[in-house]
Structures are given as structure tokens and as C-alpha cells.
Design a protein around this ligand. Structure first.
Ligand code: AR6
Length: 183
């Protein structure tokens, strides 16, 4: 599905994020930045070992040994990926009792888009952050993701934003979320 928002393009599609030829793809990482399963593991495998090396340097210098906080972002090169850069973010781990997780998930999308804009990138591809290992309910996550992306594109000239969904089921949920928001 392709739609135009304020001169920008929003694309929802099924596919493998590691194959996307965007200026940047977004990694649903964890705070260690040391890789993991899911899309994080796939990105590290496809990018090659230099990606882990750059992540280690960021942990040491930029983050002074600390974890990357939930909702925050850092950028590395894409190395062997078709994408030029990888923006690493940490989605919230779903819990019934936490009240700020919607805002933290929105921050992942907003901060990734803002960093891409600051770096003068014009295309970015996202996975469905937090809806795998981090168990965020996908209907809610899709609504937050689409609303945050639309709000950003309404107020910024950016370029192309792609949501890369890993299954037809996930794709259908994101399309429905878009339709509900647009009305
Ligand atoms: N392309 C696009 N989407 C993918 C791909 C791919 N190649 N592989 C998986 N997905 P997850 P999270 C989808 O678990 O919930 C990691 O271990 C997947 O089907 O990757 O944010 C990290 O290190 C799901 O829809 O990310 C963290 O510890 C979506 O990507 C933790 O998992 C997100 O699932 C982060 O959990």
C-alpha cells in the first residue's frame, strides 16, 4: 500500500528488512546493542561483523558504557547491507502494568525519523518494533507506529517511509490501523 502524506510517501509492505535499499533501516535492538534474535539477529548477520564492532564502540564512547535507553536511537553504517545506515532503537518490553510504554514506542519511531532527517537521509524502512520478542500487542503497536509516522510526515518534508512487515497477518493489521486512523 502506497499513500502520499504532505508530499512524502508512506509504504506498507511485506518483506525482509535486511533486503531494503533505503538510506536507513531501523533495528529493533536491545539496550546492549550486542545483537540478539529476531530482526536484530538478521540485521547483524546480513551486515557482517563490522556492525557489531561499531556498536561496541558506540557503547564504550557515545554511551559511556551504559545501555541505550528505551525509545532512544543511535546510528551506524550499514556495511554489507543494501541500506547505507542502520538506526538502532530499543522498543519497550510489553507489560500490563506499565503506563508509559505507548509513549516509549512512539519515541522509537519519532526519534528514528528525526535522526534520519538530521542526517539528511530521505528514505527509511522500519520493522514492527516491539511486537516480536518484546510481546507488544500488534494492533496497539501498529496504531502507535502509523499515527507517529503520519504526524511526523505532516510536519516535515522527509521523503519515503516504509513499514516492512514480516508476515501477511502483520501487514493486514498495519493496513487496518492506517484505515482506522485516516477514517
Ligand atoms: N525483516 C522484517 N521483520 C522481521 C525480520 C526481518 N528480517 N525478522 C523478524 N522480523 P523482534 P522486538 C519481525 O523480536 O519485539 C531481539 O532479540 C518479527 O516478525 O525482532 O522489538 C533484540 O535483540 C516481528 O514482527 O523485535 C531484542 O532483545 C518484528 O520483526 C528483542 O528481540 C519485531 O520482532 C527485541 O524485540
Amino acid at each position: 500500500m502506497h499513500v502520499e502524506i504532505n508530499g512524502n510517501e508512506l509504504i506498507l509492505m511485506t518483506g525482509d528488512l535486511t533486503k531494503q535499499q533505503a538510506d536507513a533501516i531501523v533495528n529493533a535492538a536491545n539496550g546492549t546493542l550486542m545483537g540478539g534474535g529476531g530482526v536484530d539477529g538478521a540485521i547483524h548477520r546480513a551486515a557482517g561483523p563490522k556492525l557489531l564492532n561499531e556498536c561496541q564502540q558506540i557503547r564504550k564512547h557515545q554511551l559511556k558504557g551504559e545501555y541505550l535507553p528505551t525509545g532512544e536511537v543511535v546510528i551506524t553504517k550499514g556495511y554489507d547491507l543494501p541500506a547505507k545506515y542502520v538506526i538502532h532503537t530499543v522498543g519497550p518490553i510489553w507489560s500490563q502494568s506499565k503506563s508509559n510504554q505507548d509513549e516509549l514506542l512512539a519515541k522509537c519511531y519519532r526519534n528514528s525519523l528525526q535522526l534520519a532527517l538530521d542526517k539528511e537521509l530521505t528514505s527509511i524502512a522500519f520493522p514492527s518494533i516491539s511486537t516480536g520478542a518484546y510481546r507488544f500487542p500488534i494492533e496497539l503497536a501498529a496504531t502507535i507506529a502509523i499515527r507517529t509516522i503520519i504526524d511526523f510526515l505532516k510536519s516535515h518534508p522527509f521523503g519515503q517511509v516504509v513499514m516492512t512487515l514480516f508476515s501477511e497477518e502483520d501487514y493486514a493489521v498495519y493496513v487496518q490501523a492506517y484505515r482506522n486512523i485516516i477514517g
